[in-house]
Design a protein. Structure first.
Length: 168
């Protein structure tokens, strides 16, 4: 099944969100141990949950800083891939900056959205004049009690595949 069709179905169906989550666990094995779950998905936003479980905890039984940072990357990256054609554009995380505010003692949720206007202004228009662009996506992470756990600023380097020059 085409991933675009899967994502469209997942926007309105819990069953298809479950299928999408299983597919993402399979195709992004690095993130599998975290067990991220896309809880809500719209045209302009995604909401992802990081469960409070042993693999995501630090030595003092709070959510691990690196798990929260990975949640910020996953959430923003997923939304950008949905808005940009992955066959036309290469996305690479260039920089990740996290500011931690509160210790996570329950599931964490990240919600991130971008509008058509933002995408045109920050990505598409600059790519008409440059070979690549960098965009900073800011995402907030909260726990089940709505405490602000962290703020992530993820800098993505975006470039058309046709402009990519790699050494063999």
């Amino acid at each position: 099944m085409n991933t675009t069709v899967l994502v469209q179905r997942a926007r309105t169906s819990a069953l298809w969100r479950w299928v999408l989550n299983r597919a993402l666990h399979r195709f992004i094995p690095f993130n599998r141990p975290h067990r991220f779950t896309i809880e809500a998905l719209g045209d302009d936003f995604v909401q992802v949950r990081l469960p409070f479980r042993k693999n995501n905890l630090n030595h003092i039984r709070g959510l691990h800083a690196c798990a929260l940072a990975t949640l910020a990357e996953y959430t923003t990256g997923f939304m950008l891939v949905q808005k940009l054609n992955a066959r036309q554009y290469r996305l690479i995380m260039k920089k990740l900056e996290m500011e931690y505010h509160y210790q996570g003692k329950s599931d964490a949720v990240a919600r991130f959205g971008i509008t058509h206007h933002w995408l045109q202004e920050k990505v598409m228009e600059p790519l008409r004049h440059r070979e690549a662009v960098e965009v900073v996506c800011e995402v907030t992470l909260h726990d089940a009690q709505h405490n602000h756990l962290a703020t992530g600023k993820v800098c993505w380097h975006i470039k058309p595949w046709q402009a990519v020059k790699t050494k063999v």
